[in-house]
Write a protein that binds this ligand. Structure first.
Ligand code: KIV
Length: 267
């Protein structure tokens, strides 16, 4: 557990000391308050679309929704490093708009950095953001915002030419100045190769144990959606079951007149 506020410098010190970085997603203040003592990085991912807003993909998430939830998380956070995730079409159309949008995370939501999806093509834009003082976390491999152009969600980098393109992506992001790179959905041996080829921490999700750290979507590891259990996630709790049991008992107590009792009433 850390006591002082996590910064890029303290993340880099841990990385250089060979400590694994622990990252997790969160979407509201109460979640952030619970997670904060245990993790280095909290990302308000655009997985917000599915985990909190009921959308089928991340594509529908707007910058206002993302900023709103990032600000909520920042109010619950203590020491962890906070990253806001730039939604689909809020970057990449033109540099001015992209940079202004990235700046909003730091100015309006309490985020210390932004994450954006993309490799070599995103590097020139990322370089500009970094030069203006906006720390950027890269994201390569499976890019959920490319679900339509990629024809679904699948493991990337299985073919030699794809693996070498991902190595190039990581190198260009490092050269552009990212402070870390999320690697999603690639074979474990490629996760190691990419990690060994760059001097910034890699944060894996479905990219094997060889990355410098790991990130998971909170609701996946807490078992909040009984209908969605991705292979890359280990389920540490069955919250859907626990919450159902609690609400079932609550409803039963109200219907039977058991709740509230004298103890829960005022004289
Ligand atoms: O949106 C998200 O939660 C993410 C993580 C899975 C890395 O991008």
């Amino acid at each position: 557990m850390a006591d002082s506020k996590t910064t890029i410098r303290s993340l880099m010190s841990k990385y250089k000391a060979g400590e694994k970085l622990v990252a997790i997603t969160a979407y509201d203040a109460l979640q952030a308050k619970i997670l904060d003592p245990f993790v280095d990085i909290i990302l308000v991912g655009d997985s917000l679309g599915m985990t909190a807003l009921g959308y089928a993909t991340t594509l529908e998430v707007t910058i206002e929704q993302s900023l709103h939830h990032t600000a909520a998380v920042s109010r619950g956070i203590g020491q962890a490093f906070l990253v806001g995730d730039m939604p689909f079409m809020t970057f990449g159309i033109n540099d001015d708009e992209s940079i202004r949008n990235a700046g909003r995370y730091l100015k309006e939501s309490g985020a210390q950095a932004v994450k954006l999806e993309g490799g070599q093509k995103a590097a020139p834009l990322i370089r500009k953001m970094v030069s203006l003082g906006i720390p950027v976390m890269g994201h390569i491999g499976l890019l959920p915002q490319h679900v339509n152009s990629d024809g679904g969600y699948h493991v990337h980098g299985k073919e030699p030419h794809e693996a070498s393109a991902l190595m190039d992506d990581a190198k260009s992001l490092e050269e552009a100045g990212v402070f870390s790179i999320v690697i999603e959905g690639v074979p474990a041996d490629l996760g190691v190769k990419i990690t060994d080829s760059v001097n910034v921490p890699t944060i894996g999700i479905g990219a094997g144990a060889g990355c410098s750290g790991q990130i998971q979507v909170l609701s996946d590891i807490l078992g909040m959606d009984a209908d969605f259990k991705p292979q890359h996630a280990r389920q540490y709790a069955d919250l859907a079951d626990i919450i159902s049991g609690a609400i079932d008992a609550y409803a039963t107590d109200i219907r039977s007149g058991e709740f509230p009792s004298d103890k829960e009433s005022f004289k």
